[in-house]
Design a protein around this ligand. Structure first.
Ligand SMILES: [Zn+2]
Length: 411
């Protein structure tokens, strides 16, 4: 996948030799996608990115949420482009969205999990749709400075954690200029308002995304953080709202959005733990638990993030350094190592909380057992691991590993 993504970049750069020419929006009379050779080429590359994403298992298939996304997305589109865009969910915990020139609009699970109301979702989808409608990829490919695009992608390639997952995503839009981003923001807002959404709630998207990202990443790591900073975007759109004629109060639909995204929160936390984004997982678990206080799986996944921090000090240090925009140092890794016992105890507490909420929960017993084992506490480890095996039965895919733990002391 990485090779393919880099190939697309190189071709985008080559296209930049074509010189500037005007690009009509898809809504202009008689406008059609694929009118020119260079656009046809972009469209076929976009189709390859679609294939790569599908083949890599990055498409998240969740019919109820998909239907909701389609409903909101299609309500925003001008009639001239209806049927030419597709809204898809990326199985990625990274907070991101992207639009390909062929009309595929991807929204990450992480972003869907963090946004707060339907008006924000509308603004996000309308922003991405606007990139497609204005054919920004083509316009930028024709006018971009090759050097700038190469530098941007080279930086992304060095990110490490999740970079492979992020690479094609960044690359597909890293070419957008600041003025294109602003155009997509403003036009997106118009589309959201025209569809009846509350403009202030829509603009709060940028604050929510900014609050969901570590401060040091505001300018770098997410597509939403590219070019105009999130702070700036929230500001200029609010200024625009203050100037615009006051609209009747529009739809916010916080309740519906939260109800629709409830079922993906668990997958979101799981993906964060799997991507070794342990600190982000812990922060997100706290937010989700505030929304859904009685769900037992939340403290269990919180325990997984904490045990991950204890067992993978290098990854935890990498994550922290990345979030702070710094390089990882030996001291930082050492500081995570030195807090191992404390972190294992914290994890065990989380698993106990999970077991209190739902005593029959196999993963709570597994977590208590594993943390206790790593704390060299066989008196608590053995019964918990045994009750895990009993509760999980045939579903215990790690049965041999757990049985092995029951016979050894920790290293
Ligand atoms: Zn954009």
């Amino acid at each position: 996948m990485r090779g393919r993504a880099i190939l697309l970049l190189v071709i985008l750069v080559t296209l930049s030799g074509c010189g500037m020419s005007s690009v009509k929006p898809m809504t202009a009379p008689g406008a059609q996608l694929g009118e020119s050779d260079d656009e046809r080429h972009l469209l076929s590359l976009a189709a390859e990115v679609d294939d790569d994403i599908r083949r890599a298992g990055l498409l998240y298939d969740h019919p109820p949420l998909q239907q909701y996304l389609d409903k909101v997305g299609r309500s925003l589109l001008p009639p001239a482009v209806d049927g030419q865009l597709r809204f898809l969910i990326l199985r990625s915990p990274v907070i991101n969205a992207m639009a390909l020139p062929n009309g595929s609009v991807y929204v990450s699970l992480g972003l869907l999990a963090r946004i707060e109301n339907e008006a924000q979702l509308a603004q996000m989808l309308a922003h991405e749709a606007s990139h497609v409608i204005f054919r920004h990829s083509l316009a930028h490919a024709r006018g971009s400075k090759a050097g700038a695009v190469v530098a941007e992608v080279a930086e992304i390639a060095t990110l490490g954690i999740g970079a492979v997952m992020r690479l094609p995503i960044h690359m597909a839009v890293s070419g957008y200029s600041r003025s294109q981003e602003e155009e997509a923001d403003r036009h997106g807002l118009q589309l959201a308002r025209a569809a009846g959404y509350d403009a202030t709630a829509a603009v709060s998207l940028y604050d929510t995304v900014r609050n969901s990202l570590p401060a040091a990443l505001d300018d770098r790591s997410s597509i939403y953080a590219s070019h105009p900073t999130l702070r700036r975007r929230s500001k200029y759109l609010r200024r625009e709202l203050a100037r615009a004629a006051p609209a009747a109060a529009g739809t916010v639909s916080a309740g519906e959005l939260l109800a629709r995204t409830e079922s993906i929160q668990r997958e979101y936390l799981r993906l964060l733990v799997r991507a070794q984004q342990f600190a982000t997982a812990q922060e997100s678990a706290a937010i989700i638990e505030a929304r859904m206080p009685s769900e037992a799986w939340i403290p269990c996944l919180l325990g997984d993030a904490q045990i991950g921090t204890a067992q993978h000090p290098e990854a935890a240090a990498f994550e922290q350094a990345h979030r702070e925009g710094k390089k990882v140092t030996d001291e930082l890794v050492e500081s995570f190592r030195s807090r191992r016992t404390e972190m294992l105890q914290t994890a065990r507490q989380s698993y106990r909380r999970c077991a209190d909420a739902d005593p029959a929960r196999a993963e709570a017993q597994r977590g208590i057992g594993l943390a206790s084992h790593l704390l060299d506490d066989p008196a608590e480890a053995a019964p918990a691991l045994r009750s895990y095996l009993a509760a999980a039965g045939a579903a215990a895919s790690d049965r041999r590993f757990i049985e092995h733990l029951l016979t050894v002391r920790p290293q």
